[in-house]
Ligand binder design. Sequence first.
Ligand code: DI6
Ligand code: FE
Length: 403
Amino acid sequence: MSSKNRLYTNLSVATMADSKVAYGLIEDAAIAVVDGLIAWVGPQENAPEALLSLDETSLEGRLVTPGLIDCHTHIIHGGNRAVEFEMRLNGASYEEIARAGGGIISTVTATRTASEAELIVDALPRVDALLAEGVTVLEVKSGYGLDTETELRMLRAARALEQHRPVRVVTSFLGAHAVPAEFQDRADDYIDEVCIPTLRLAHDEGLVDAVDGFCEGIAFLPIQIARIFDVARDLNLPVKLHAEQLSNLGGAKLAASYGALSADHIEYLDEDGVAAMASAGTVGVLLPGAFYTVRETQAPPIEALRKHGVPIALASDCNPGSSPMTSLLLTMNMASTLFSLTPEEALAGVTCHAAKALGLTDCGQIAVGLRADLAVWNIKHPAELAYRIGFNPLHTRIFGGTS
Ligand code: DI6
Ligand code: FE
């Protein structure tokens, strides 16, 4: 169907737009789409006369949710690390893997040698896997170039995904992902000579929607992240941070002090950090695929996040090392089973809260005036989405009103 004007009938809808009703659920509902936007949603029997002239599609009792939003991915990268995965499971130590060229630096090498076209072709099957589960918005980070040319190439490839697939891409500059070998033990020089100048160039080219960093003992310290965030502030770009993944360095608190959109991972976050996020309106993005892959045992502080009212989002963290995952449905299931999120929290995590984590106000819910980014599922109850493992009940994905 190519028309951007349509009346969908005979459906249930989890609008995720009414905090007083679980899932914002409306049964026996209809949704009108005009010019790619939601023009009306409500009980079908209340549908205004004027809408009845639209072409109608009966969804035969299916459930409609907002299109899913993957708000944290590294989906553009060269190569993969399957052999390293195999070595590890055959008993190789971290040092042996590193000596064999493994780890994040092996992905940097593979990404530096890939052309923009190769990066795109390599990423498309992963993008397709996400879209097949109803994803309509995708965040993509740089961070496997760690030199000017490759960081820019990654961001251009990320932007170009929109030309290849009906999906909306939001980019994050992650120059502060790791210290490249040529700057070993000179992280500050890397920030001054590569990271900051590249951020400025990428911004000039319109390639950056937000600025990210990896705040960790094995990556960058808060004081170093702050220097990059100062530049982001000068450029009027929002920030976000990989924080408290392996230890508590106070990264989330630092991010919150810059009004960050999100702090991501946050397994080692303490209540002080949670409170700082709450006052700044910073979303907590949980990445259960990484938690699972690295066999982390410390779960994020879910109770404290709930208590302080910090919105919780979920994302795939799709990357070749710590989360080679391309499924938001599996992410939802993992967040429920590993972190005890309710199925409703899990769905909010990949819809309304994921939109907030990206600073988007025109998607993530089903409400009048928002984009008609919808997922139609062959299920009756929204809890089925987080419940099943490795099963995809998507019927139709509707992107800006077009299916
Ligand atoms: N945190 C992670 O878990 C990944 N990056 C990050 O900032 C690791 C990425 C990789 O191993 O390639
Ligand atoms: Fe990440």
